[in-house]
Design a protein. Structure first.
Length: 288
């Protein structure tokens, strides 16, 4: 499924007059101007899965944030935004193939990290509450409590409950299940499963962060199937060889000047991995 058909960033000529104006006002930074145009990155034509590849500082995240803001799709985390961001957006243009679904969103590494941090905080609170309930159970079970008035009714219920249930059942019924069922990688993967719904445009900024290679492969399968069967479109920034190998993905190499479309096997990062494992091929083979 394709919702966003193309996106155009301002080229050097479009940026020139605005940059001169900024410099006259003595500003020393004019982000996001001159980030994408320095490698002549002017246009993206999208497929159901489109990937932006490049090293740190190549402009991957900038491009995704600009697209997300121009489309006004949902986001959670803050991002680097200067006084000139809206001026830059005004110079951008786009073509829509179909109306962008309201469930569409951009998901960044900060979103995933905050999610995992919230789980950890919640778990710590649950653990503390659980210890309190263990103590409470024993106190009520062995108390010599006597019912005197309606003000004691809640305490009476606790006493009766503690005497009619085992300690573990008492704690379970008075405490939500501990959600510490997932490692950091599992929690990160679960986050993507929760946020990506059927029929949406999803912008993913380096989703491989916090994911093990195995989880990355599982995310790859999920993305491929969501695009193929569930009317999802993906725009992804990554330098992970696992995500770069997504079937049918169109890859823009932001390290190239000018930016060009490449096969995943042609990318420098992937070639580095390939050459490394090729040199150490014997270590993986059984000499027996």
């Amino acid at each position: 499924m394709i919702y966003l058909e193309s996106f155009k960033f301002p080229n050097d000529d479009k940026e020139f007059d605005f940059i001169i104006l900024i410099k006259r006002k003595c500003y020393d930074t004019f982000y996001p101007f001159k980030i994408l145009s320095k490698h002549h990155f002017e246009r993206i034509d999208f497929e159901p899965i489109t990937i932006l590849y490049g090293g740190n500082g190549s402009g991957k995240s900038t491009a995704l944030n600009v697209i997300a803001e121009k489309l006004r799709i949902s986001r959670e985390s803050l991002y680097n935004r200067s006084n000139f961001y809206q001026d830059y957006l005004d110079l951008c243009d786009l073509e829509i193939a179909q109306e962008i679904p309201s469930r569409s969103k951009i998901i960044t590494s900060d979103d995933v990290f905050d999610y995992m941090l919230n789980i950890r905080t919640l778990n710590e609170g649950i653990d503390e509450k659980r210890e309190d309930l263990f103590k409470e159970y024993l106190d009520f079970k062995h108390t010599n409590f006597k019912f005197r008035s309606l003000e004691d009714y809640d305490e009476l219920k606790k006493v009766n409950e503690s005497r009619s249930k085992t300690q573990s059942k008492y704690v379970r019924t008075n405490l939500m299940n501990n959600i510490r069922e997932y490692s950091n990688g599992e929690s990160a993967y679960k986050y993507f499963l929760e946020k990506i719904e059927e029929g949406g445009l999803y912008i993913l900024d380096e989703p491989e962060n916090s994911l093990s290679p195995q989880r990355q492969l599982e995310l790859v399968k999920f993305i491929e199937e969501s695009a193929r069967y569930f009317d999802c479109q993906f725009i992804i920034s990554t330098h992970s060889p696992f995500l770069l190998a997504i079937q049918g993905a169109k890859i823009y190499d932001l390290d190239a000047d000018p930016v060009t479309i490449k096969k995943w096997t042609e990318l420098e990062n992937v070639q580095t991995y390939y050459q490394f494992f090729k040199r150490h091929q014997g270590a993986f083979e059984d000499d027996d």
